[in-house]
Design a protein around this ligand. Structure first.
Ligand SMILES: [Zn+2]
Length: 237
C-alpha cells in the first residue's frame, strides 16, 4: 500500500489549518454581525480555544485578523474586546460610506451582467424572507451584507474590503446607537436601488443610496452628549 507523500500530507495539514482559521473567523464575525456578541464583550482567548478545540495561538491569529479589520480591539494586558465605535468614529464611518458607496454603484453599473443582477436579487429574496419570518438577527446581518455584496460585485477588491469593514462597523453602531424606533436598512430601499441598477440609471442609484445612508444615520442617536447638562430643566418639568 503506497504511503502518502510527505508533501501531500503537509499541504493537507495546511489546508486543514486554513479552514479552521476561516471557520473560527466566520463564526465570530457572524455572531458580531447578528448582535449575539455585543460591542465591548471580552473575547477570552482561552475559552474560545476550548470552544473551537484549537490552540490559543490559532485563536490569537483570528483575533488579530478581526482587529486588523477594526471589528475587534486588542489592549495589551487586558485582551481582546468586540469593538465599541465612539460617536466620532460612527460619524466617520458614515462620511466614508457617503464617499465610497456611490462609487461602488457607478462601477457596478458599468460592469453589470445578468449574473451580477441575479446575485443581487437572490440576496434581496433572502432579506425579504428573513423579514417575513421576523428573524431580526438575520435581517441585520443580511441588510449589512447587501452593501458588501454590491461592492464585491463591482469588482474592485480594495473597495470591497473597505465596504465589508464599514458595514460591519455600522452593525456595531446600530446596536450601540439605535434609536428605539429605528430599523437597520429599509427593505424597500434596497429593492429600489436594485431596480435603478437594473435600469443602469447611475444618477438615480447614487441618489437613492445617499438617501438610504441618511435614513440609517438619522435612525441613530449620534449627537454628542452635552458637556454640561441642564439638570434643572430635566427635573423641573
Ligand atoms: Zn442598506
Amino acid at each position: 500500500m503506497p504511503t502518502r507523500s510527505p508533501r501531500k500530507s503537509a499541504s493537507a495539514a495546511r489546508l486543514q489549518r486554513e479552514n479552521t482559521h476561516d471557520e473560527i473567523y466566520e463564526r465570530i464575525y457572524v455572531a458580531i454581525l447578528e448582535h449575539r456578541l455585543h460591542p465591548g464583550t471580552k473575547l477570552v482567548e482561552e475559552r474560545l480555544a476550548e470552544i473551537f478545540n484549537v490552540s490559543r495561538a490559532r485563536v490569537r491569529e483570528v483575533l488579530a485578523r478581526l482587529a486588523h479589520e477594526q471589528i475587534v480591539e486588542i489592549y495589551p494586558q487586558r485582551g481582546a474586546f468586540v469593538a465599541k465605535p465612539s460617536i466620532e468614529q460612527a460619524l466617520d464611518v458614515f462620511e466614508a460610506r457617503r464617499l465610497i458607496e456611490p462609487a461602488v454603484l457607478r462601477r457596478l453599473i458599468e460592469t453589470l451582467t445578468p449574473e451580477k443582477l441575479a446575485r443581487l436579487r437572490q440576496h434581496q429574496e433572502l432579506e425579504l424572507d428573513a423579514r417575513r419570518r421576523d428573524d431580526k438577527r438575520a435581517v441585520i446581518r443580511l441588510s449589512g451584507e447587501f452593501h458588501s455584496l454590491a461592492a464585491e460585485l463591482a469588482g474592485n477588491s480594495a473597495l470591497a474590503r473597505q465596504m465589508r469593514e464599514l458595514s460591519t462597523l455600522t452593525c456595531l453602531m446600530i446596536f450601540l446607537y439605535d434609536a428605539p424606533t429605528a430599523t437597520s436598512c429599509r427593505a424597500d430601499e434596497h429593492s429600489q436601488i436594485i431596480e435603478a441598477i437594473a435600469r443602469r440609471d447611475t444618477v438615480r442609484a447614487e441618489k437613492l443610496m445617499l438617501e438610504h445612508l441618511a435614513h440609517i444615520e438619522s435612525g441613530m442617536k449620534l449627537e454628542p452628549a452635552a458637556e454640561e447638562v441642564d439638570l434643572e430643566a430635566i427635573f423641573r418639568s
